[in-house]
Design a protein around this ligand. Structure first.
Ligand code: FPP
Length: 244
């Protein structure tokens, strides 16, 4: 989706194939404006549209977003309810456009405890978009990295995997991200420097890009800057740099 808003020349840069984002700072964004927290989440949800458009425009293949963690159930009930409503509304309002854009939706996480109506919306969105191939959008919803690993181990035990056959790639195939490459770049907005139980297996070698910008303000230009910073890193995957 070309966007001539400003010319951002990505020509010299390598585009990370898989970008994962911890969308943080909605509450502080709202507080700074004297607004209730749910207004921050609404603005955060609206911002998703900008970042999906920019991801398609920049040629990112996989975008993974942390929408709701297993720990988020511990927030005040009103806030949890508001978040669920916002997620349901985004699915209602954006699904047609996402499908037209070639976005393929995946869910990472566990649906236990989620209202049936929202579960149905998520399944319907996954089914509708399953053959799209422009951008895979992984929505980590009721997701926790440790819970994901436990889920994988339980499945492997149920499948009676022999210990000597267990490899990193076999283990990866039991995770919610099965079949997808690990993230090249993990972005966290709002200045926090933690991984917060997000993709803890998959992000072992990802480049981490923290930015002080609150999620609702993290737009196309900020994503471009993250890609430029990614290009300035040297990914060594535990190896040493060759010296002449
Ligand atoms: C963190 O900000 C953000 C969240 C816990 C929720 C992210 C959810 C959205 C952007 C809603 C839309 C998602 C979808 C998939 C439609 P925070 O509340 O922790 O901010 P704070 O640290 O400033 O309080």
């Amino acid at each position: 989706m070309p966007n001539n808003e400003t010319l951002l020349d990505l020509e010299p840069y390598r585009i990370p194939q898989h970008v994962a984002i911890i969308m943080d700072g909605n509450g502080r964004w709202a507080k700074k404006r004297g607004l209730p927290r749910h207004a921050g989440h609404r603005a955060g949800a609206e911002n998703l549209r900008r970042i999906i458009n920019a991801s398609v425009e920049f040629g990112i293949n996989i975008l993974t977003i942390y929408a709701f963690s297993t720990e988020n159930w511990g927030r005040p009930e009103r806030e949890v309810r508001a978040l669920m409503k916002i997620i349901a509304r985004v699915l209602d309002q954006e699904l047609k456009e996402l499908n037209a854009q070639g976005v393929c939706l995946h869910h990472l996480g566990d649906m236990t405890g989620v209202e049936q109506d929202l579960q149905d919306k998520v399944h319907n969105a996954i089914e509708l978009t399953k053959n799209n191939n422009r951008l895979i959008l992984n929505v980590a919803f009721n997701y926790g990295g440790r819970a994901e690993i436990l889920h994988a181990v339980r499945q492997m035990l149920a499948d009676e995997i022999a210990p000597e056959t267990l490899s990193e790639s076999l283990f990866s195939s039991y995770l919610f991200t099965r079949g997808l490459p690990d993230p090249d770049l993990v972005i966290r907005t709002s200045g926090e420097l933690r991984i917060s139980n997000f993709l803890i297996w998959q992000a072992a070698y990802s480049e981490f890009y923290p930015t002080p910008v609150y999620w609702p303000d993290f737009g196309r230009k900020e994503l471009y800057e993250a890609i430029v910073a990614f290009n300035q890193r040297e990914r060594r995957f535990g190896l040493v740099t060759e010296t002449p």
